[in-house]
Design a protein around this ligand. Structure first.
Ligand code: VG1
Ligand code: CO
Length: 543
């Protein structure tokens, strides 16, 4: 087998600190582009000689080609073994589990998550470390540094390998292990949840709709829900991964999972609705006539986790990303366990999970997970909900009403402004940051600011510091507005405004969320002079 060394071209635009690289698919298809990122990553981890990796992706356009390139590069760089999902398919949580279970040196995930797929849409790649979690900041900074000095990459010239059959073969001196994408993951789920109780729930006539959004969770949900747990055929819809996700946007929220929402709000709604994103790490939960915000879902899962076998002994702690509502903190305080507030992005949960400081983690963007892997896990959250529903024998709406009655309700919504010119988005943020020291005590659109800062996080485990993680404005009314720029978009800038209003204990929990948030939204608009700075105050997406 001949190993070729090819001169590289620079990778443009990769942001330091991001756990992966997301770009237009055509950019990834340019000569040397993907290769450069892979070589930079292998260099950053000290080379691939004798190492073992997991590789898989969400099935989007260019998934197969990218995996063939990575396999040939791993072989040329001296890797000992690569474990790859059949047909190149693996969900993000399944990769995390395979890395941990097989104690490999890490893994590559091909996905742009919730971004659309196709030749004219988005592609992405991320590297997860040997703990199964997204590469930490230190490593991503090294990858970025490598991309600037890289002058060559190594690849073997060989025909594509057959990934359609499970089994072991060789690529040069490297062992190639093609595995069933679902098997190890479904085995793990059986150790966490009471499958008998969930099976009995379905047998009793409980109905569910799981929208896999033409993305990677289709095979996982079909196997686990329909085959193992006895949910009727047809419970899983859009269950075959397609290269362009059926031309959809595999983001599990009320906007992009609109058909599911319509069904759940109709008279013929099943008992539970759920959806997952492109790479299977996010989830949406909706009961009959009752949408559950991701922030509330984290809180309810935390309050009820002890009903599932894996969490019977309680939780060590709960972590949420900063923009996520305070609902989970109230549960933590009632349980008498620590609550952590981390920057956006799952990588910040890794050290807390590894140190055993937290058991559950969650983000307002529909990511929830636990210490069973080091990624958020869409289907895991759905199964935990099912386990809770099987034990409590109440509807989702009843569980929510009881929860709010006990803890109060954190009304919550996120407003996204997409494809904003980068200079305008930066001007909005900089203008706001400049005002922060003067804000406490001021009245803004009728609300009094109690505190205002730019979020800086010091990791309690390794002491690393992440600054500039978004702006928080707290109001005396129990409201909060958070502003940050998205790190995952591929066109211009996306401004995310996160709005929150606590009802207070014993307060009104029956309002329409947008009504409850109207005052804090008015304050957010006034604070940023939004009309002036970006020329619009109507968001593209409200979730
Ligand atoms: C978004 C979400 C964030 C999530 C990230 C990756 O980031 O807001 O909570 O961790 O996507 O999720 P941003 O920077 O666009 O707000 V995924 O499912 O794309 O791996
Ligand atoms: Co995702």
């Amino acid at each position: 087998m001949t190993t070729y060394t090819t001169v590289t071209a620079p990778i443009e635009g990769q942001k330091p600190g991001t756990s992966g690289l997301r770009k237009k698919t055509r950019v990834f298809m340019e000569p040397n582009y993907l290769e450069n990122f892979v070589q930079a990553t292998l260099n950053a981890i000290g080379g691939a000689q004798g190492k073992r990796f997991v590789v898989g992706g969400d099935g989007r356009y260019f998934n197969r080609e990218a995996i063939q390139i990575i396999l040939r590069m791993a072989a040329a760089n001296g890797a000992a073994e690569v474990i790859v999902g059949r047909d190149g398919i693996l969900s993000t949580p399944a990769v995390s589990h395979l890395i941990r279970m097989n104690q490999t040196d890490g893994g590559f995930i091909l996905s742009a998550s919730h971004n659309p797929g196709g030749i004219d849409a988005d592609f992405g790649i991320k590297f997860n470390s040997e703990n199964g979690g997204p590469a930490p900041e230190g490593l991503t900074n090294q990858i970025f540094a490598q991309t600037k000095t890289l002058d060559a990459y190594h690849i073997t010239q060989k025909d594509d390998v057959d990934l359609s059959r499970i089994g072991i073969s060789r690529l040069g001196s490297m062992t190639l292990h093609v595995v069933d994408p679902v098997e190890s993951y479904s085995t793990l789920m059986q150790t966490l949840f009471d499958f008998d109780a969930i099976r009995a729930l379905f047998a009793s006539g409980f109905t569910m709709r799981f929208d896999a959004m033409h993305a990677v969770t289709g095979p996982y949900a079909t196997e686990i829900l329909e085959e193992m747990l006895g949910a009727p055929a047809g419970t899983v819809i859009n269950g075959t991964p397609s290269e362009d996700f059926g031309k959809g946007h595999p983001d599990p929220n009320p906007i992009w999972a609109k058909d599911l929402m319509t069904e759940m709000m109709s008279d013929s709604a099943p008992d539970l609705g759920a959806a997952s994103d492109g790479d299977g790490d996010r989830n949406m939960i909706v009961g009959r006539g009752a949408y559950v915000t991701p922030s509330d879902s984290l809180a309810v899962l935390a309050a009820n986790a002890h009903l599932a076998p894996a969490y019977r002994r309680g939780l060590a702690g709960i972590a949420r990303s900063m923009p996520t509502s305070g609902a989970a903190d109230r549960v933590a305080s009632w349980l008498g366990i620590p609550a952590y507030e981390t920057p956006t992005g799952w990588k910040f949960f890794g050290t807390l999970l590894d140190a055993g400081k937290v058991t559950l983690c969650g983000e307002e963007s529909a990511g929830t997970g636990s210490d069973h892997v080091r990624e958020k896990d869409g289907l895991w959250a759905v199964l935990l909900w099912l386990n809770i529903l099987a034990v409590r024998k109440q509807s989702v709406a009843q569980i929510m009403a009881t929860h709010w009655a006990e803890y109060g309700r954190d009304y919550y919504s996120r407003y996204d402004f997409e494809a904003v010119a980068s200079d305008k988005a930066n001007a909005l943020m900089q203008g706001l940051i400049a005002k922060l020291p003067q804000l406490p005590g001021q009245q803004i659109a009728g609300l009094t600011v109690s505190a205002a800062d730019e979020f800086t996080y010091t990791d309690p485990v390794d002491g690393s510091v992440a600054s500039n993680q978004g702006v928080r404005i707290m109001f005396e009314s129990g409201a909060r507005a958070v502003f940050r720029l998205s790190g995952t978009g591929t066109e211009g800038a996306t401004i995310r405004v996160y709005l929150e209003q606590f009802s207070g204990l014993g307060g009104d929990i029956s309002q329409d969320p947008q009504t409850a948030l109207a005052a804090v939204w008015a304050a957010a608009v006034a604070l940023t002079d939004m009309e002036q700075t970006i020329g619009r105050i109507t968001p593209d997406v409200i979730t």
